[in-house]
Design a protein around this ligand. Structure first.
Ligand code: PMP
Length: 303
């Protein structure tokens, strides 16, 4: 994997890429029994900073609790490993991927095999590619999101991403950049790997934690920045057709950052893309890293 950095943290040790391996009988490979995080580090005027690292680590432990996966390292050990990994790989801005997974051992769904953990770091550009600034064209997927009381959407678990993969691959096959899933009730949920925001009449709407979404850290960031600017933000169930007459919309996510949406099902929004509210929130978000937005929340973690 030539474009990946040399060093990976695996089970407490820094290892060369080629040695960070596991067995084919790993439980997680067969049953999806892993939980992970996606975290970004940014170069800032005060040196590089990992964005909201503590919140990501907290969500990591919460996801692991849902599946009884033991994380054999403390939050402080994970923090230290993330910073050290960036250093070892000579990265300032980059993406970090901690994962804990049930390893090999006995076989069977309820097996209690010991877990393994790794952290990789690499440079990852805008997740939705060149369109991430001008706006992406998305569709409503024919695949629904995970229904409540089936596979928990609030766990960032490997197995959940089978749903996201179906949504994303269908969208790309049909010529879209990304797909949005609906809930079991047919209401808006979120993108394959992003939370969804919709603007109408100067009010900002986003779907609720009960809408089969991941509790996105960038979602929380966007809500906080928007409220600080004086916008009303409503977290509420949203019907699909809301998107067809809205003023503007955007996605949030660690990988996707703040990505404007240009069209849904080939219908464009009332405002040209990116719309004015999207632009303000996007600028405030990236301003955290270039120093034009004051980080009054302590989100930039310098170690
Ligand atoms: N929903 C899904 C399904 C995701 O995979 C992600 C990316 N982690 C998000 C939402 C956004 O979450 P965050 O802002 O914490 O990255």
């Amino acid at each position: 994997m030539s474009n990946f950095p040399d060093t990976i943290w695996h089970n407490g040790q820094f290892k060369p890429w080629a040695q960070a391996t596991t067995h084919v009988m790993t439980h997680a490979l067969h049953y999806g029994s892993s939980v992970f995080e996606g975290i970004r580090s940014y170069a800032t005027p005060n040196g590089h900073a990992i964005f909201r690292l503590n919140e990501h680590i907290k969500r990591f432990f919460n996801s692991a609790r849902i599946y009884d996966l033991a994380v054999n390292y403390t939050p402080d050990e994970i923090r230290a490993a993330c910073f050290e990994l960036l250093k070892k790989n000579d990265l300032t801005s980059g993406y970090l991927r901690p994962i804990v997974f049930r390893g090999p051992g006995s076989f069977g769904l309820g097996a209690d095999n010991p877990t393994e953990m790794s952290i990789a770091a690499w440079v990852w550009g805008p997740y939705l590619g060149h369109a991430s600034a001008q706006g992406v064209d998305v569709c409503i997927s024919s695949w629904q999101r995970l229904a409540p009381n089936t596979v928990p959407a609030m766990a960032k678990a490997g197995g959940n991403y089978l749903s996201s993969t179906l949504i994303s691959r269908e969208a790309k096959r049909l010529g879209f950049d990304e797909g949005i899933g609906l809930t079991r009730d047919g209401l808006l949920s979120e993108g394959a790997g992003e939370n969804l925001f919709v603007m109408l009449d100067n009010v900002i709407y986003t779907t609720t934690l009960g809408s089969s979404i991941l509790n996105g850290i960038t979602r929380h960031t966007a809500i906080t920045l928007a409220k600080k600017m004086g916008y009303e933000v409503r977290e509420q169930p949203l019907p699909r057709e809301f998107l067809y007459f809205a003023d503007e919309a955007f996605f949030t996510g660690t990988a996707a950052e703040i990505t404007p949406i240009r069209s849904v099902d080939r219908k464009t929004f009332a405002h040209a893309c990116p719309g004015p509210i999207t632009t303000r929130i996007r600028e405030a978000f990236f301003g955290l890293f270039n120093g034009t937005t004051e980080d009054e929340w302590g989100w930039l973690d310098h170690a």
